[in-house]
Design a protein around this ligand. Structure first.
Ligand code: ATP
Ligand code: MG
Length: 412
């Protein structure tokens, strides 16, 4: 395949983008519709990205080891292989003008390999920071942003030596956690040691439990040439460590919204981040903000941008990759997103058998939009879809969301 380095507006319908040597070309370039965009990961975030990219005329190729992935089912092509399979990565790089990821646990070496052959966003070094809670916290602090008091834990002795003021605490595996997995709430050292051993003694952070007044998140998109836009702040409610509901915009003061937005943009710029980035914050009783974690990709709390903003977070991801101008993040409707977990499928009278919920109960509320991810197997705690409720105000949308949750029998 011939190289096209140095060209702007490269590639035709095949989307080919040849080897450009060891260094990725930092010059912004744009890819016309018809170009293939590659995606590492085939989950729901990838599925919504795929739909947004395709609606702009791009072709999407997903790399995921599972043959029936939600994004693979929507994409123009799926390569079924592990994320570090050299021939699969070579195939993806040869086909695609640009590649992104929909999850942070993609091997950094895969992103580095791809970056030598095509445009990659976000870059491997940005993803590496978000992959590791120790690096992530150190990075937030280096930006002058507070994080929850914590200790780095590599052995049971580190736990015994930890500041007792950290308890009650959450022990979080430094890597590979999501949706509250790889976490244990612990009241003291003995419990912490037991939890650490139960997690396989992997490196962890021991984080003090903070009294949270609220949780918020901010999603930003940033291009290769430092154009950056922020979406409105989202207000997030978790149940059992999993995001349950997210309101856009958050019911916070302008001052707090501004601080959260600026902190997120500061982090994006400090990382020289390219792509869509989400930062989750805790809001404490004195209205101060604490960085919880970041996600180097679109985020569950941004799903309502599809239905409530001029440009969705997924379209921004496609625009960044294609080298296009970013769209407006302006919100045109207040919205509340409700996650639909697999638990909904296991209900009385026979909770041992999966039964499709009656979606008429959702859609009988005309302000609701139903998004299902096409996952064949519902499991408790598994994100199967979401509903976005649009309202005159957030309170209005919240009221309708509450009615939908009651109609579906979601316990809270
Ligand atoms: P996700 O991938 O869904 O964002 P996660 O597994 O990465 O979740 P965290 O974001 O670290 O986990 O924690 C999940 C939730 O647990 C938080 O949103 C918050 O509600 C609660 N939580 C985490 N850390 C703390 C803390 N230090 N103090 C109080 N609550 C916390
Ligand atoms: Mg989180």
């Amino acid at each position: 395949m011939s190289g096209m380095s140095g060209m702007s507006g490269v590639s035709g319908a095949s989307g080919a983008s040849g080897t450009r040597g060891v260094q990725a070309d930092p010059t912004p370039r744009s890819f016309p519709p018809g170009t293939w965009l590659g995606l590492l990961g085939g989950g729901q975030l990838g599925r919504m990205f795929t739909m947004a990219a395709q609606s702009m005329g791009y072709k999407v190729c997903v790399l995921d080891p599972a043959p029936d992935s939600p994004a693979g089912a929507s994409a123009d092509r799926q390569i079924v292989a592990p994320y570090d399979d050299p021939s699969a990565l070579a195939e993806l790089a040869a086909l695609c003008g640009a590649v992104t990821t929909e999850f942070e646990n993609v091997p950094a070496t895969s992103l580095e390999y791809l970056a030598q052959r095509c445009v990659v966003s976000p870059r491997a070094d940005s993803v590496a920071v978000a992959q590791d809670r120790m690096r992530e916290k150190a990075f937030a602090r280096s930006c002058g942003l507070p994080v929850a008091p914590y200790a780095e834990i590599r052995s049971a002795d580190d736990l015994r030596a930890a500041d007792p003021a950290l308890f009650p605490a959450i022990l979080k595996a430094a890597r590979l956690g999501y949706d509250g997995k790889g976490q244990a709430r612990v009241t003291g050292v003995d419990e912490a040691v037991a939890a650490f051993e139960a997690m396989g003694a992997v490196p962890c952070v021991l984080e003090r439990m903070l009294p949270l007044m609220m949780e918020v998140s901010v999603i930003v998109a940033r291009t290769f040439d430092d154009q950056a836009v922020a979406f409105p702040v989202a207000e997030n409610q978790h149940r059992n460590g999993i995001l349950a509901l997210s309101a856009l915009p958050a019911r916070v003061s302008q001052d707090l919204a501004l601080r959260a937005t600026q902190a997120t943009l500061t982090m994006a710029r400090a990382l020289d981040y390219v792509g869509v980035l989400c930062v989750e914050f805790f809001v404490l009783e004195d209205n101060s903000l604490v960085v919880n974690e970041m996600a180097p990709r679109p985020h569950n709390s941004g799903h309502s941008t599809i239905d409530a903003c001029l440009t969705s977070q997924f379209e921004q991801q496609a625009r960044v990759m294609a080298g296009l101008p970013l769209g407006s993040t302006q919100q045109h409707t207040a919205a509340v997103m409700v996650n639909l977990l697999g638990d909904l499928w296991f209900r009385a009278p026979d909770p041992s058998r999966a039964v499709e919920p009656d979606w008429r109960r959702v859609l009988s509320h005309p302000q609701a939009r139903l998004h299902l991810y096409g996952k064949a197997e519902p499991r408790p705690g598994r994100k199967m879809g979401h509903v976005t409720v649009r309202g005159e105000t957030v309170e209005d949308a919240m009221r309708i969301a509450g009615a939908i949750e009651r109609d579906l029998g979601i316990a809270f």
